[in-house]
Design a protein around this ligand. Structure first.
Ligand code: UDX
Length: 428
């Protein structure tokens, strides 16, 4: 099948490389010529394990191509995936101007039947707008609109694409359904066929439910702190119930990233527009915000005053195995500490370059031991595996006083106490 993917960000690039891997010819389009130039030379602008190798393989096979020329790519393809950004606007709404602009461009150059697939996360009813936008310009050729949301996690995106729990296809014609099924035939995952609006809601409802699980366990963590119980044990105890499931029950400093915060606020917004006040999700957002505030309070409760203290921050990315800092809890936390006069020494295995674009007033370190040097406390903000494997005796020797505030519960409280640390974590 001849596919074209418009937007070479995380979703577009991973999808393009994976579609090429399963045998399709794929043209990835992006208006950023510099990015296309780099990609054409095998330089990957994002950190995603396995992606570089997959892009290389696709390029060598001749099935994966990159271009900034949308018109030719569209004409040369049967199916056009739209994977451009839908960033949040100040009021929480998703900004759909890139989706609209791309649809207009497609409509101006289409010269034969095409399927236009919404891959970007969009609020319900966007499909209708896409259809109308295309119809306005297209007169003599036929087309179908499809919603095919992605469920790719950063860090495991290739596996998520190749072995998805399910593939959701919102479609309204048999012709388009047949072609979409053919595209995904090499993957042996269940396919859920729905109407377009239901597919759009599946994406928002799925992400919101996962965020809800995180905020739920964080609320339980607060109760555990008040009752002197252990949230890790509670999570294990409830997670073994198959109806609940163990995943996304990790208490911590809350969710971040390019999807959850944006999708939850967009879902609240569209629900409101449709006439439903989504109070449940507003509570999810609020609990998430409070988790960040609470970790700063925990530090204050141990150090008493923060002015002129030095704190080591281990982990800046919103989660491990990515360099992505978008909506990372670390941003709020570091900003708060700076406001209170704390000197920050930070280390992250992948996100330092991105962090440098946010702060220049902090000391960036080469490793965790260097970050701990001369510190009154260290804070764990991302659960990178290498932090779990640190020589904690060595860490302690670098510090002025042995205080660890663990926002991701990566250490055992009993062990930390034995090692002589003042150790504070979440819900334990
Ligand atoms: C998410 C969805 O999982 C994916 O399906 C969607 O397409 C894009 O958004 P991603 O943002 O890459 O993927 O990260 P994810 O692994 O889902 O984690 C999101 C945030 O939740 C991270 O900040 C993570 O630290 C936090 N989290 C996750 C928890 O705090 N506790 C958990 O138990 C799980």
């Amino acid at each position: 099948m001849k596919l074209c993917i418009i937007g070479s960000g995380h979703v577009g690039l991973v999808s393009g490389a994976c579609f090429a891997e399963i045998g399709h010819r794929v043209i990835c389009v992006d208006s950023d010529r510099e990015k296309i130039e780099k990609l054409s030379n095998g330089v990957i602008p994002i950190y995603e394990p396995g992606l570089e190798e997959l892009v290389e393989k696709g390029r060598n096979s001749g099935r994966l191509l990159f271009t900034a020329e949308l018109s030719k790519a569209v004409r040369d393809s049967d199916v056009i995936f739209v994977a451009v950004g839908t960033p949040p606007m100040p009021d929480g709404k998703a900004d759909l101007s890139y989706v609209e602009a791309v649809c207009r461009e497609i409509s101006e150059v289409m010269d034969s039947y095409k399927i236009i697939v919404e891959k970007s996360t969009v609020p319900v009813e966007t499909g209708e707008w896409v259809k109308q936008t295309l119809q306005r310009n297209i007169h003599s050729v036929d087309f179908d609109v499809v919603s095919n949301p992605e469920f790719l996690r950063e860090g495991t995106a290739i596996k998520d694409f190749m072995e998805p729990d399910r593939i959701v296809i919102g479609v309204e014609s048999e012709r388009a359904e047949k072609i979409m099924r053919e595209i995904y035939a090499p993957l042996s995952s269940p396919i859920v066929i729905t109407d377009i609006k239901s597919a759009e809601i599946i994406k928002h409802a799925g992400n919101s439910f996962l965020a809800l699980k995180i905020s739920y366990i964080n609320a339980i963590a607060t109760i555990c702190e008040l009752a002197k119980a252990d949230v890790e044990k509670v999570a294990a105890g409830i997670g073994l119930d198959k109806r609940i499931g163990a995943s996304f029950l990790k208490a911590g400093i809350g969710y971040g990233g390019s999807c959850f915060p944006k999708d939850i606020s967009a879902f609240i917004d569209i629900a409101g527009e449709l006439g439903y006040d989504f109070e449940l999700l507003k509570a999810v957002e609020n609990i998430n915000k409070v988790q960040r505030e609470k970790i700063v309070k925990k530090l204050r409760d141990v150090l008493w005053t923060l002015n002129n203290k030095t704190v080591g921050i281990l982990g800046l990315s919103f989660k491990p195995d990515t360099d992505d800092m978008r909506e990372a809890p670390s941003i709020y936390i570091v900003n708060e500490l700076q406001k209170e006069g704390v000197s920050i020494r930070a280390y992250d295995p992948a996100a330092i370059e991105n962090a440098k674009r946010i702060w220049n007033g902090i000391t960036y370190c080469k490793n965790a031991y260097e970050a701990a040097e001369g510190c009154h406390a260290i804070m764990i903000l991302t659960e990178w595996r290498e932090f779990q494997e640190l020589d904690l005796e060595k860490v302690k020797k670098q510090m002025i006083q042995p205080v660890v505030i663990d926002g991701r519960n990566i250490y055992e409280p009993v062990k930390m106490k034995k090692l002589g640390f003042t150790y504070v974590s979440i819900g334990r």
